[in-house]
Ligand binder design. Structure first.
Ligand SMILES: *Cc1c(COP(=O)(O)O)cnc(C)c1O
Length: 475
């Protein structure tokens, strides 16, 4: 019994209307609050039991309009500055729909979606200065990409008959990895998931620019070797989640070469600086990484989700994940041809066509326009920092390395006012900065990732900060 519409014409009309409504929504994003908390009655609608019977498509679309659209994440809005969120594009949205239409399974086999993913890998290899033999894989996000990279590094250390088959215990060695105190928490999770343990991740202190201290790194490696441990991996950061700081990647690469360690870079958003002639110098040394994890869904605005792992040595990548199964037999011809398959490069077997929305985004805009949007965000961050400082009410509490500005209200040595200001702006729907802690002090974090944000938005935002600080500072 087919699940296709019985009335294709009616389906066509409703679908066109849904698209029209979404185009209206996207083109009017500024007219709405950044964020509206979903009221209780709306939440209750999602407590209804599993539907036994059909609901007309029109009614289902109506539910989406009424119950979901108004209460979304807010990251489309030019004054959303919370966390590190991409803003999406209308083109990416249409591409996502087309990909869903094809409904390709991109785990492998010989079909065109796999070629598109390979082209993205070649494009990014070109952008990062990696060889054309590098291998790449779409994943959900950088958290997963970092984990996969860690597994590749572990297998490269363990050799062909290493950890995959025998487990870590049989190696008789304690693996240790190095990252900075500013690294994303997914790095520690990756150590946990890989069975090595987050306790064996050395979190190296940073300098005044929040970059990993090379002398401290060197000392830690020596101490670990002296204790009989087995250093295998340095995880550098290009664009830290807190402040946008980038480690001295050339320095880390030198240490990794000297010590014979795998050098991976978490470049969730910062790695994409490589696409811009102007901000590429801020991630110098990235080209020396053995692997890079990054997200197309953040600073390139590909609709969620579109994380990516690229590995310089495609053979090492495959060695970490390829495995045989009767039902995944390969052939020289036919649908089962075309090795390697993406399932040889990661954990997922069934996977969607994430490459299409990425390919469409890169084709529609081209490298230069995407780079210009990132450069503009960096310029706006500097404007925000300067204007906020000029109010006399705020202090810029971390260097503005890229597009993230961390502020603290002057009248607020402990950060309680900072927390109040953030909440005030969020719940009024005016803007959405987010809370983070620098040296254990709560600060206002403004991450400018939105391609829609303008000078006027930044100036208006400073006005909001100022008004909020004055009002709440009194109470
Ligand atoms: C966002 C981010 C991550 C996690 O990436 P996801 O795509 O959210 O899984 C890791 N590292 C840094 C520096 C990030 O900004």
């Amino acid at each position: 019994m087919s699940l296709d519409p019985s009335d294709w014409q009616r389906f066509r009309e409703l679908s066109h209307k849904a698209l029209d409504d979404m185009v209206d929504f996207l083109s009017s994003v500024r007219e709405r609050p950044v964020w509206i908390k979903a009221p209780e009655d709306v939440r209750e609608a999602f407590c209804a039991p599993l539907p036994d019977k059909p609901t007309p498509f029109e009614e289902v679309l109506g539910d989406f309009e009424r119950l979901m659209k108004p209460y979304a994440n807010g990251n489309l809005h030019p004054l959303f500055m919370g966390w590190v969120h991409g803003a999406g594009t209308p083109y990416g949205m249409v591409a996502e729909m087309l990909a869903a239409g094809l409904n390709s399974n991109c785990g492998g086999r010989d079909h065109i979606a796999i070629e598109v993913e390979r082209q993205i890998t070649r494009w990014m290899a070109e952008a990062f200065g990696f060889p054309s033999t590098a291998s790449g894989l779409f994943v959900t996000g950088t958290s997963t990409a970092n984990f996969l990279a860690l597994v590749v590094a572990r297998e490269a250390w363990g050799g062909p008959s290493g950890v995959r088959a025998n487990g870590l215990v049989e190696t008789g060695r304690q693996l240790v990895a190095y990252t900075s105190t500013e690294a994303h928490n997914c790095v520690a999770k990756a150590m946990e998931l890989a069975g090595i343990g987050s306790r064996h991740l050395r979190r190296i202190e940073t300098d005044h620019s929040r970059r990993m201290r090379l002398d401290a790194l060197q000392t830690a490696i020596q101490a670990d070797r002296a204790a009989g441990h087995c250093p295998f991996l340095i995880m550098g950061t290009a664009g830290s989640v807190n402040t946008g700081a980038t480690d001295d990647l050339n320095g880390l690469a030198d240490v990794a070469e000297r010590e014979d360690l795998w050098f991976h870079v978490d470049g969730a958003f910062g790695a994409l600086c490589a696409l811009s002639d102007r901000i590429r110098p801020r991630v110098l040394g990235l080209e020396r990484a053995k692997s890079i994890a990054f997200d197309f869904h953040k600073w390139l605005h590909v609709p969620y989700d579109a994380g990516f792992l690229i590995v310089r040595d495609g053979t090492a990548h495959k060695r970490a994940f390829a495995s045989e199964a009767a039902y995944l037999s390969r052939a020289a011809e036919g649908l089962a041809a075309g090795e390697p398959w993406p399932c040889d490069l990661g954990l997922d077997l069934s996977r969607g066509f994430r490459a299409l929305k990425t390919w469409v985004t890169m084709k529609v805009f081209g490298r230069e326009r995407l780079a210009a949007a990132m450069e503009e965000n960096c310029r706006l961050a500097e404007r925000l920092a300067a204007k906020a400082a000029r109010t006399g009410l705020f202090e810029v509490v971390a260097p503005v390395a890229l597009n993230i500005v961390c502020l603290s209200a002057n009248a607020d040595p402990h950060g309680a006012l900072n927390e109040k200001i953030i909440l005030d702006l969020q719940v009024t729907g005016l803007a959405a900065p987010s809370l983070t802690f620098l040296d254990e002090r709560p600060v206002i974090r403004c991450a400018i990732f939105n391609h829609r944000t303008t000078d006027q938005d930044i100036d208006a935002f400073v006005g909001m900060l100022e008004a909020s600080a004055r009002r709440l500072g009194r109470s």
